[in-house]
Design a protein around this ligand. Structure first.
Ligand code: AVJ
Ligand code: FE
Length: 441
């Protein structure tokens, strides 16, 4: 769990880097070479760009910054700088071909492991508790999730397979009351937390109800069947304009076939499973569904309070189930499955109040803009979080089945444009507690 022992953290850094590289290798070896350099969607980079970018970031931070080494190939830096070239323009760059990209990333890794051996885990903020190594493992895992999105967008048959999660029979209440009051949001102690998660600070959250599980495909279908996509009342004005301009009338990858909904999932077409959390919806769709249901999206603070605050101890824990690192019985993480688990799964991962699947399965849209916490300082670079703060981005929480545990915790923040839906996004809904209930809470 949240250890600060440098030797344990060094072991953990080695393990996190190795786990990330095995996943990168899988995602870039399960398709033929031409598919690595192809553009599967203008929304995404070619897979071979992600591969060399992973190596380039690792070189930049672990070799050049931590160890003070010279650039290995200074001429390629510009190609792999995410801010120099938008994704749609990346296929036409002089990218390293697959074999060279692999070789470059492997060479960087070999040297980075030497640096890991010889670096003290204290002294500078960058190396304190092995932060830079944890940051780079998280960066690689984030791009592995990005590459998995590219796999989902690619045409053609299945390239990846994974066992399905177990079915579940869930009979609990549909929502949970979270009592009002302050809680500690964010963290100042989690060693590998990223700048936007810091610092820990008190937040007052009025009492509210929140769904016990994410919203399911079945529930979302009821919104569609009720004409939800044709009723302007439910939609934020920009969302309404967007769905009408683009002919959006169902989650991405869904197609109606007679009386049923089908979806494409990693190269396979299947009937949409009604009890699974809905996936590939935009913030606008989540927001509209919630309004139709007489509810709303939770704020980011509500989500984190539901996920971390233990009313019995008045402490904020690292995860809904406590401070222990995630295990397979807690949450659907790490691409173990290629889909969310049915709503109500993972009772061992529930919060003290009984909220399930806050971690893993689907990224959950919140109503909140991506903003800095009071006392935020950009670290180690402004382009990770700071340049994205503002009202254009909405916060997503909790991670999806495609997120590795090194890049997932109760404080972890993700963000995207409200129109985005190729990401592994779903949501749950909330409502204010009525005044009488608020009194009791
Ligand atoms: C935090 C997922 C929004 O993929 O754009 C990767 C993570 N930052 N490389 C992204 C990231 C730099 C980032 N998100
Ligand atoms: Fe990156």
């Amino acid at each position: 769990d949240g250890t600060t022992d440098p030797e344990i953290l060094r072991e953990r850094a080695l393990d996190a880097l190795t786990t990330a590289r095995a996943r990168t290798a899988l995602l870039t070896s399960c398709v033929e070479e031409p598919e690595l350099t192809a553009q599967h969607s203008p929304l995404m980079s070619p897979l071979v760009w992600d591969l060399a970018h992973i190596g380039n970031q690792e070189e930049l931070w672990l070799l050049r910054t931590v160890a003070g080494r010279e650039a290995m190939r200074p001429e390629i830096d510009g190609i792999y700088d995410a801010f120099e070239h938008p994704r749609a323009a990346r296929p036409s760059l002089p990218l390293l071909p697959p074999a060279e990209a692999r070789q470059y990333a492997a060479e960087v890794r070999g040297r980075a492991l030497d640096v890991l051996e010889s670096t003290a885990f204290h002294g500078t903020r960058l190396t304190e508790a092995g932060f830079a190594f944890g940051m780079i493992a998280q960066h690689e895992q984030q791009h592995d999730e990005t590459m998995l999105i590219t796999h989902q967008l690619r045409k053609g048959g299945a390239a990846l397979t994974a066992p399905d999660p177990e079915p579940v029979l869930f009979t609990g209440p549909s929502e949970v009351l979270v009592p009002g009051g302050p809680f500690m949001m964010g963290t100042s102690t989690e060693p590998w937390s990223l700048d936007n998660e810091r610092p820990a600070h008190r937040r007052l959250v009025p009492p509210f109800h929140i769904d016990t599980t994410p919203v399911t495909n079945g529930a979302y279908q009821a919104f569609i069947e009720d004409g939800g996509y044709d009723d302007e009342r439910w939609w934020a004005p920009e969302g309404w304009d967007h769905i009408k301009a683009h002919g959006i009338a169902a989650p991405l990858f869904w197609r109606r076939d007679g009386g049923q909904w089908l979806r494409r999932r990693f190269g396979v077409t299947e009937v949409v499973p009604p009890d699974e959390p809905v996936l590939h919806v935009s913030w606008y769709e989540a927001d509209a569904y919630a309004r139709w249901a007489g509810r709303r999206l939770p704020t980011e603070a509500e989500w984190e309070k539901a996920a971390r605050h233990d009313p019995a101890t008045d402490r904020s824990t690292r995860y809904p189930w406590g401070d222990a690192d995630p295990a397979p019985e807690h949450a659907n993480l790490g691409q173990r499955h290629l889909r969310p688990a049915p709503a109500g799964s993972y009772p061992a991962g529930a919060s003290p109040l009984g909220v399930r699947q806050l971690i893993g399965d689907v990224w959950e849209w919140t109503s909140s803009d991506f903003l800095p916490y009071p006392g935020f300082t950009a670290f180690p670079y402004k382009e990770y979080s700071e340049v994205f703060f503002g009202p254009e981005y909405k916060v997503l929480r909790g991670g999806s089945f495609a997120v590795d545990q090194v890049a997932c915790r109760g404080t972890f923040r993700n963000w995207d444009y409200p129109i985005r839906r190729q990401i592994f996004s779903g949501f749950r809904t909330a409502r204010d507690a009525s005044p009488e209930i608020a009194e009791l809470a």
